[in-house]
Design a protein around this ligand. Sequence first.
Ligand code: 5AD
Ligand code: SF4
Length: 501
Amino acid sequence: MENEAKAPERLLRKESVEEKDARELVRQEKYLERAKLYVGELEAVLGRQPTYHVQNFGCQMNARDAEKLSGILETAGFTETADESADFVIYNTCTVRDNADQHFYGRLGRASHWRKSNPYMKIAVCGCMMQEAENVAKIKKSYPYVNLVFGTHNLFRFPEYLCGVYENRGEQFDIRGKKIVDIWDSTDEIVEDLPVARKYPYKSGINIMFGCNNFCTYCIVPYVRGRERSREPKDIIQEVERLSADGVVEVMLLGQNVDSYGKDLADPVSFAQLLEAVAEVPGIRRVRFMTPHPKDISEETLQVIRRHKNIARHVHFPLQSGSNEILKRMNRRYTREQFIERALRIREVIPDAAITTDIIAGFPGETAKDVDDTIDVIRKVRFDNAYTFVYSMRHGTPAAQMEQVPEEQVKEGFDRILAAVQDSAKEQTARQQGMVKEALCEEVNAQLEGYVTCRLSNNLIVHVPGDASMIGRFFNVKLEECRGFYYFGHVTDEPETDPGY
Ligand code: 5AD
Ligand code: SF4
């Protein structure tokens, strides 16, 4: 409009992304204050503190999201319980493979039973499955007792939805009857800094970016988590500094494809630069990251790891398949030769690093010869550990249109791959016999009285005699008794075995 054209420039200035995010944070903090009042009212009715339960499915990203949901619920006045009949139950779903979907619907079905024993119970569902329209429709139709549904892009609005659930009305969101359903297709907002309830006092995940642009043909992630968006490095470093001040000694930088980090920022930064800056934050004794992409991992990143002893000696390096034909159809954009070359370069630059991987068995068109090629890569790289998955058809992905492999053949390939990775993992584990390594004590061993479970920089687990006072602290441990994929050992005064570089 003409009038607008004459408005002073100050008024026309577009709100920056950061200003918008900050404004949204303030909005949600206000809702959180309001939620406290509702939870207080609920407490008066119940005559006890209201309880919450977060049922989490899926990956490290979801685990971090679950900590955010818990933080908001705790700040609002709920206390955590392991009981699925809590006053507020939230299911944080995963849709990467079909078995996670089925598992979730089973749990949600049982929730109707819990609800009968607790008339004040509210049920919420969020996470990746909710980004798929068919799941939202199914919940609306078949699970009428669900009070709240939201997705991955608007998790930061949880305080607002929480108020809505107890007010039984909506402001920004669609409300039908008592149900609140709000799903966004995407977002450019990154609203962090709401309260987080960390599961472990000594370690924490940190989102450095969201989404994925790769579109591997089997994968649903780009559709449910959207395009890549990086957080500003200064915000990440500040978060690491705050965590360190709060006693956190280990951080894990999280992204679907961390090597793409920073490319979308106004002032581009490389992942290697970010990793180095995080490793230099005082008090941070161990830095992990998840997940790099074999097509993108840079020499610069490997050199940063080599230079900084507090960056974990562990690279998770997802192979998916060792057949060039299958890799092409997966749209992985590397060949088996390139993968092997890069993996061996990791071994060369960081000789004591463990290399772990993900492999999919039964991708459309996979033959016994393709499986042989995968096993050949396993033997050449000698993975220290691997997750092997049966291919799961995801609606809306290109691979869902390809000709599927018969179940029998999938199983045969899966078993052969599994045997090969187990051989390789056992061999790699056994090689560490007698070494002394620094370990972080993570928890009391639930099965073995008088023992604690520790993790090495290379992700290897070692059980040693000890007690709860050791949790969150580092010790040198001697790896004494190899039990396949883990060790028994002892805390020792001996220095660490020299890695030779
Ligand atoms: N079927 C089986 N496995 C899959 N993954 C991702 N999508 C699928 C699918 N449709 C696996 C990949 C990825 C890991 C997180 O999950 O191996 O690296
Ligand atoms: Fe999925 Fe590929 Fe992105 Fe990983 S890199 S999240 S497998 S599309």
